[in-house]
Design a protein around this ligand. Structure first.
Ligand SMILES: [Zn+2]
Length: 330
């Protein structure tokens, strides 16, 4: 049995037909975890869909109303880049429920993995890039509402910039923003070490992404690492270590939300970085070892993964579970 829970439902499947987003990956991950005896049935917990009130902690009433009544405009549906259906709305409400549950379990057990979620391109008032609802933000806001946390950190290692996350949780204060530069680390906040003067939610956002990729407009995160095309394992892990260390010198989170995208992989169809499967597992280990050594609870979501061979995407996501088992079993 794993020393943490895997949040999963067969209904995470996104009904989007033939699409570059491999909606079948969630079921395949569960199957592989079972087949390779990495997990057993009792390791899985089934989420409930988020309540509308939970979704409204992040998204505007107008947007939620449009989704629930199927009234997205043609332009809005185009921005979403997946075909709209009421079933798709249900799947996104469920993934948000999954991230609420994973946040809760992480705060209780030290770590929890949502075998889904990570829809980091969703904005309060619209969806983008296959992301309708920002499940991670919903999880954070719900935990804050319940008084379970005040300070959260997001660490986004999907190959694409976490534009929705940055829009929902803009950095507290900005220094002059230099233009994004390949390989550069941009710091957008002053130090935010522990300050218990108010109960307001504070969220520190980190995004490591390929500079030359979607989205065209990248709103500032607390720390942005704009990686050049073709970045390989060693360079990537160096930048990740530096960004995470810098963040933790500035901010002490009560929950780390790790968005473990599989698309920095060298054979990804929508990514231009060059990490290996082994390098991606080392990435997961690095994040989890740092979190564990500092006793920071971690909730993990999966985000993107578009390898030419979907089995590779499944391997990368399964390896995140293996890395967590290695780090949290010892
Ligand atoms: Zn991505």
């Amino acid at each position: 049995m794993l020393p943490f829970k895997l949040v999963y439902s067969d209904d995470y499947y996104l009904p989007i037909g033939a699409h570059v987003f491999p909606a079948e990956k969630y079921r395949m991950i569960r199957g592989r975890l079972m087949h390779e005896q990495i997990a057993e049935p009792s390791d899985f917990v089934t989420p409930s869909p988020a309540a509308d009130e939970d979704i409204l902690l992040v998204h505007t009433p107008e947007y939620v109303h449009k989704l629930k009544t199927g009234m997205l405009s043609g332009y809005e549906e185009m921005q979403l880049e997946v075909p709209f259906s009421p079933e798709l709305v249900k799947a996104f409400w469920l993934s948000a429920g999954g991230s609420i549950l994973a946040s809760e379990l992480a705060l209780k057990d030290g770590v929890a993995i949502n075998i889904g979620g990570g829809f980091h391109h969703a904005f309060p008032d619209h969806g983008e890039g296959f992301c309708m609802i920002h499940d991670v933000a919903v999880g954070i806001k719900r935990m804050h509402q319940e008084g379970k946390l005040r300070r959260a950190m997001t660490l986004d290692c999907d190959v694409h910039d976490g534009n929705g996350t940055a829009a929902i949780f803009p950095p507290k204060s900005h220094s002059a923003q230099p233009l994004p530069s390949a390989g550069g680390v941009t710091r957008g906040v002053r130090a935010q070490l522990r300050d218990s003067s108010s109960g307001d939610l504070e969220v520190f956002t980190i995004s490591l992404h390929q500079a030359n990729n979607y989205p065209a407009v990248k709103p500032p995160s607390s720390i942005d690492v704009n990686l050049p095309d073709g970045t390989e394992d060693e360079q990537y892990l160096g930048w990740l270590d530096q960004a995470l260390s810098s963040a933790l010198r500035q901010f002490e989170p009560e929950l780390l939300c790790y968005i473990a995208g599989a698309d920095p992989f060298e054979e990804d169809q929508l990514g231009g970085l060059a990490l290996t499967i082994d390098g991606l597992k080392k990435r997961d280990e690095l994040v989890l070892r740092v979190a564990r050594s500092r006793n920071i609870p971690v909730m993990i979501t999966y985000a993107g993964g578009y390898a030419h061979n979907v089995e590779d995407t499944v391997t990368i996501h399964c390896n995140t579970v293996v890395a967590a088992r290695e780090v949290f079993s010892t």
